[in-house]
Design a binder for this molecule. Structure first.
Ligand code: NI
Length: 180
């Protein structure tokens, strides 16, 4: 296992549309998924999409339990209280008209948080690591987190939902802080 380098905005590789994974998964892809989980926990973050580590495949990992400060800051709890989810080739089948606003951040846009308004509920179809197909409705934080992660697979970032002025300010800040 290895912690991978996370690409920081602005980076053209974050803007590519990712390709579907092919089943059965190759050992390479299985390793990428393990590395993504390790990289997400190390960051720490609640989600990571493959394009963020320069892999243009439709893979995302999340752990929304990890969001709780109690779990995140207690090393003894690592493992037991984790809820790692792997999402392959995800596709939204439906999004609600009703919207919700949450403060979002992103490992590829460090130290930056902003309110983003998205559909409050979604119906998702995705595949697991064995190639099994799943369909489920999500609401609240997970609905938002999944939309954020799967945007990455389409080359989109949460800052794309902000005003051009705000987005330019953030891009300048990223260049100054991380591309110096
Ligand atoms: Ni992100």
């Amino acid at each position: 296992m290895a912690i991978r380098e996370i690409l920081i905005h602005p980076d053209d590789r974050l803007r590519e549309v990712a390709k579907p994974v092919v089943f059965p998964l190759s050992d390479d892809v299985k390793q990428i998924i393990k590395d993504m989980a390790e990289t997400m926990y190390d960051a720490p973050g609640v989600g990571l999409a493959a394009p963020q580590i320069d892999v243009s495949l439709q893979i995302a990992v999340t752990d929304t339990l990890w969001r709780s400060d109690e779990v995140r800051h207690d090393p003894d709890k690592s493992g037991a209280d984790r809820d790692l989810k792997v999402w392959l080739n995800p596709e939204f089948l439906w999004k609600s008209d009703e919207s919700a606003t949450w403060e979002e951040g992103c490992l590829s846009v460090p130290e930056t948080y902003a309110d983003v308004t998205r559909p409050a509920a979604v119906r998702l179809r995705w595949f697991d690591m064995d190639g099994g197909q799943h369909e489920k409705d999500f609401t609240d934080f997970l609905a938002v987190a999944l939309q954020h992660e799967f945007d990455h697979l389409l080359g989109k970032l949460f800052i794309d939902y902000l005003s051009p002025l705000k987005r330019n300010m953030i891009t300048k800040k990223m260049k100054k802080l991380f591309k110096g």
